[in-house]
Write a protein that binds this ligand. Sequence first.
Ligand code: CA
Length: 222
Amino acid sequence: MRVLVVEDELTLAGQLAQALGEEGYAVDVAHNGVDAHFMGDDERAPFDAVVLDLGLPQMDGLTVLKKWRAAGRGMPVLILTARDNWHEKVTGIDAGADDYLTKPFQMEELLARLRALIRRAGGHASAELHCGPVMLDTRHSRVTVNGQAVTLTSHEYRVLDYLMHHCGQIVSRSVLIEHIYAQDCDRDSNTVEVFIARLRKKLPPGLIETERGQGYRLVCPS
Ligand code: CA
């Protein structure tokens, strides 16, 4: 899953990027509203969620959010609002925010809210995603097969996480690349094949199908 962090306080932006990275997200960071708007508006590189501070230089967060929504960008957005400003929360939610947190906040709470937003956007009610014998626990970035823990690298986890959030759907290589790498990463499309090959060795046979010329599909036994 790929997350955009928009925060002009450099220390907080760094803390957010680090915490989200440790949770297994690919993270891009913007420090002002103009960059944020540009990055979130690129439909070829959609984000799975955005953490958006409202008080931003160049273009305020509320304007950024309104512009995205007006352009049809529907990714989940969690806004960060100033303390004691209930008005900002109301305006933010009316402008299309899916959730909010008041500064200062606990990182654990932000991570939990973000997981819930991404889960709901994918139509999943639980923090644990199941596909046959495979269970992926989004709270602890953990995967088990028949109850046995499976060790995955962070990129393998991101690939499986995205496929499990889109179970039964064909996911193209380019879509996987967009969702597992941050923007400034060296994106080699061949690496997706490598991650899939490694996942296949670690997971039950037949779980990940290759749709020739189209991409991959996670097949969940009903
Ligand atoms: Ca700010």
